[in-house]
Ligand binder design. Structure first.
Ligand code: FPP
Length: 266
């Protein structure tokens, strides 16, 4: 509906629309803004295919879209942005594509860290980071340490991440604590469980965005998205703009979130 309101014909219109949506955001009551936005950045391959390019070109364009999304998150003063960059299942892809993605990730950190730091971004990583090369792990450690005192958006990159894997790791950690006697089975509740998740300290996901038309969670933040609002778009990730993020947020701000209770509006 909002798309119709603002028209969506070409790129120059898009710039105006972006301003319109940004203006709209200023009018949204801060209580209706999502604190934590999570994005499944899907469709890099389809974007490339549609242009007769190889898949890696789609991933390279995907990095540019990621930069745009982070800058938009900063402009919109989001508290947290979490993106799905590499899943535990992505190892099934051809070695050349996996290698390309990991190199892209490493280059991204090398090129963008200074700017992110200057923009007060607090960067972190979730997933089995120990599955990566020592060099890449050192880069992630460096990025984490350099930005840990930054007070701006908390930008979390999920790498070698799977939601079920994360939940299993928490179960194992709690089982170890019970075995050692430092906690009892009946002490385990949602709060204790959450304090063992990779995302500890982050608010729950309010708004979950997935690009490229598929409507599934794909093992992303399965615990944290228990009450998330979902927003899907047919746009492939490399074409995702600040305006798209604004549109998702405006849509979110109109949802009636009941968390299993009754509506506030009735
Ligand atoms: C999904 O597209 C995207 C990925 C599996 C990787 C996401 C990676 C990026 C956006 C760029 C790299 C990120 C960083 C942090 C450097 P797909 O390949 O599954 O697309 P398809 O479904 O159209 O084939």
């Amino acid at each position: 509906m909002l798309k119709k309101l603002f028209g969506r014909k070409n790129q120059s219109n898009k710039d105006n629309e972006s301003e319109n949506f940004s203006d709209l955001l200023k009018n949204i009551d801060s209580e209706n803004m999502p604190r934590h936005v999570a994005i499944i950045m899907d469709g890099n391959g389809r974007w490339a295919n549609g242009r007769g390019l190889i898949r890696s070109a789609g991933h390279t364009a995907g990095v540019k879209a990621l930069k745009r999304a982070l800058n938009a998150a900063i402009d919109f003063k989001l508290e947290a942005l979490t993106v799905y960059a590499f899943s535990t299942e992505n190892w099934k892809r051809p070695t050349a594509e996996v290698d390309f993605l990991l190199k892209l990730f490493s280059d991204y950190l090398e090129k963008e860290l200074n700017e992110m730091d200057q923009k007060n971004v607090h960067i972190d990583f979730i997933g089995r980071v120990d599955g990566f090369s020592p060099g890449l792990q050192a880069q992630m450690d460096d990025a984490r340490k350099r930005t840990e005192n930054n007070t701006g958006v908390r930008f979390t990159v999920a790498v070698n991440y799977g939601g079920q894997d994360e939940v299993v790791r928490v179960a194992q950690a709690l089982a170890r604590e019970v075995k050692m006697g430092s906690c009892q089975p009946e002490d385990i509740d949602a709060k204790l469980f959450e304090s063992h998740l990779d995302t500890k300290g982050l608010p729950a996901v309010d708004l979950l965005i997935r690009t490229s038309g598929d409507m599934r969670l794909s093992n992303f933040l399965i615990w944290q998205s228990a009450y998330a609002e979902f927003w899907f778009t047919d746009t492939n990730w490399p074409d995702f703009t600040k305006e798209d993020l604004a549109e998702a947020i405006v849509d979110f701000s109109k949802r009636d979130r009941r968390f299993g209770g009754l509506s506030n509006q009735k």
